[in-house]
Design a protein around this ligand. Sequence first.
Ligand code: SF4
Length: 335
Amino acid sequence: MSKADKEVLLAIRNLEVHFETRRGIARAVNEVDLTLYKGERFGLVGESGSGKTTLILALLRMIKTPGLIAGGSATLDDGTDLIQLDREQVRQARLKRVAMVPQGAMNSLNPVMRIGEQLMLTMREHATDRPSPPKAAQLERAIELLAKVGLKPEVARLYPHELSGGMKQRACIAQAISLNPQLILADEPTSALDVVVQRQIMQTLRQLQHQLNATVLLVGHDMGLMAQFAERVGIMYGGKLVEVGRVEEIFHNPQHPYTQLLISSIPSFETKGEFKGIPGVALSLLDPPSGCLFHPRCPESMPQCSQRAPILQTVAPDHLASCLLHEEVADAPAS
Ligand code: SF4
């Protein structure tokens, strides 16, 4: 399906998140434009500190001081701008419209409350626009949610510490889907799990996304996992989105040198499973380089790269990249 056939669910425009420190302002999310379509699986990839997690926290208005949303908008299909909502409106929108599957399941589950009770409490707290159903019906719904994520009814009676890491993450997914959100934000949901459990959880998330026809924005650094899960991928570097496209296009025809390095760093049979790092050090957001933020590490850097910042532009159908190599091609006089 091409982009033109899809309906827009969320339009993020010019989003800016700053962290104000004594040493200056760090632009953790820097003029990001991103459109998410209904029912798609989108993967946002980048190294640690690239701004990917900050971006999804901004959508849920969970940026904490000294961070602040310094500008931009994130508009849902009904015209609601998530960035402009007040505290109560944000609480109303959470779970019903936008939900998050967190990175550390243990930190988001209450250690002294049984899983079933936590699910029931979440549903009561966020569905304040209608009277709570009787407790038996709430429990029935909690058990139904557990079944959706592949957990047995008995899990409702257990405390988080009685669950394995994979089961805890499944319980968090059950919580996230409890009010049928249209947008599920998943922040490295399997990072603490072993590879087999990781694959199973991703499969569950994929099935649920399909059943709910929800949009999933998956954040992570594992390009291999993204290749298996996402339909489209965005690459972030230094708070900026540097490339966006269909997953097969990004993997077979990456246009940004950073994306090319990320892909070549994936362990393979040829590299005997060894992780090939990206040369150079990740940039300091407090003291970013001039021009293209990637130029100090870029193997294809040109003199103008330190003077001019590239803009995200179309390089192929449904494929955007921000690199002066493409602008040079576009600007070159016809021979
Ligand atoms: Fe590399 Fe220059 Fe492109 Fe930046 S603009 S990615 S430095 S070639």
